[in-house]
Design a protein. Sequence first.
Length: 701
Amino acid sequence: MKRIIMILLSSLLLATACNTEEKKQTNPFLTEWKTPFETPPFDQIKTEHFVPAFTEALKEQQEEIVAIANNKEEATFANTIDAFEHSGRLYKKVTRVFSAMTSAMNSEELQKIAKEMQPKFSKHKDDINLNEKLFDRVKSVFDKKETLELTTEQNKVLENHYKTFVRGGVNLEKKEKEEFRKINGELSLLSLQFGDNVLKETNKFELVIDNKEDLEGLPEGVINGASETAAEKGYKDKWVFTIQKPSMIPFLQYSEKRNLREKIYRAYFMQGDNNDEFDNKDILKQIASLRLRRANILGYKNHAEFVLAEQMAATPEKVNDLLSKLWTPALERAKAERKEMQQIINDEGKNFNLKPWDWWLYAEKLKKAKYNLDEEELRPYFQVENVIDGVFGLATRLWGIQFEERNDIQKYHPEVKVFEVKEKDGKHIGILYTDYFPRASKRGGAWMDEFRRQYKKDGKMVTPIIYNVGNFSKPTGDKPALLSLDEVQTLFHEFGHALHGLLSNCNYESVAGTETPRDFVEFPSQVMENWSLHPDVLKTYAKHYETGEVIPNELIAKLNKASLFNQGFITVEYLAAAILDMDWHTISKEVTDVDKFEKDAMNKIGLIDEILPRYRSTYFRHIFAGGYSSGYYSYIWSAVLDADAFDAFVQTGDVYNLDLAGKYRKYILGSGGSEDSMELYRKFRGQDPLLEPLLKRRGLN
Ligand SMILES: [Zn+2]
């Protein structure tokens, strides 16, 4: 048996050796791309090309790393940092196409490849990060950096690389290093388990409705959706709601059946806290303790201190300071909202006190009574083509840039559109792909990413190739795609990320475009949402799809007024979760009782009983199974910046102020993470960001 295998193996090896050259020529990843702007040749790329391309790419970078680490010459910025920056080109080329495909064109084969390759990728990463010879050379450049006359950007690049090694434990003594690695291993398993449990909890619960009476209050679209869910799950003539938010929230918003609202919401907020096989309390307790231990090994007081050292916020104190400044006015506002809703309950002649599962329904009622806005009225003004014209037109007004559709550039799907982005004078900036409609092979949500990031090689610009993907409302029957308000804002948001990638003007790839601290990166995207709803901008693109009529002033006024709706609740539930995150990651000793810890944390800030944190500990995936530990605050940190930045435009009386737009392009969009983020912000704004514009925008002032 063994022999047969040996023979088979050796003949396979022979075959591989003979075919290497031939394969190189037929595997598009292993050839130069002769396409326009070296865009990916999608018509040639096949699923079977990925594994051999990855194999070759990993080998190539390993050889590059060995060459840098074993260089006999004295370590210099050029032979160490520059060389490191330019290593792994092929790896990036393959990975970027692969990750675009697994997100937007996924298949079982691709998933299989991803699973198969994952351990190889993490080993590759470890082989680089724990390579002591490489670190010694980086360190020797770092130690003499004062004498090297480096630019600000080079300093930042050097410091980043140096810190990545140190934070990865390269400096620890042997025994600590072993413990450090062990902790990392345990943490990754615990996080996986935490996420798995949440997924199982989410999938376990079904609210099955079998009589029409229990559908009271629900709009037709919601009922149809529930009937489809039931059919998918094999129920006949029934309706099913789940605790996934797109299913649960509409139920909470409209259902008049109070017992059912309680049932579904209770299932949601008890996830991972049911003392059964999917309980997450022990797991998250261990995660928090191991993170504390790891931070201590590296010389930090706690995990938050360790994480924040690399963020714009810098310290837990600064984060807590921002959160507490927002907390008091937000809580006051939420209490006022609670009062208004209780009044509606009383007016209805009902005899109960508002509870968490009542909030969405009565907020919806309050919205109708107070703001009289039906968002469906807006849709006819938001035909997708018009919205795209609006966002492109805005970029043209602010920065003079042009968008030209190119039909000679290959697409990975017929619904994708490709644009060449150019300066006013026609100079090429980069390529933008847009892919806006849902399909079975695409994951949910909306995102920006890249096929190639901007950098400079020997002073020559390598231009970016960026894409935006969404899952927006599709054209139906003879109607074009008409977007919801939320979708319009999302399209502007993702376009903001795209601009961050497209207008990048950095030398080094590791700090270019969206490679900024986590609490800064949502600023250039969120700021675009401000423009999307400003009356001056709305009037340029919000035109009725049948009549061409520009959105009427009354509708804009209603829209602006309604923007303050429910902001107390939205801010409070978010802040409560952000504070909970900070509390878990500033502990100084092991926590014994998870529920008590959470309850104490919420009591301490005076959270009202009618609102729960946006995520309770036992299903807070962002912090226990994702990359946002001590980072859930980031969204509001970026929001302070985007509100303040847009306010700068508003204050000039011109949302198209060219002077400010120029500074914004240079220091924010163009500079990526090449300099300290606060420094860049000050250069753009001329002062530190203020909190007031955000408070005002949310009606918390
Ligand atoms: Zn974003």
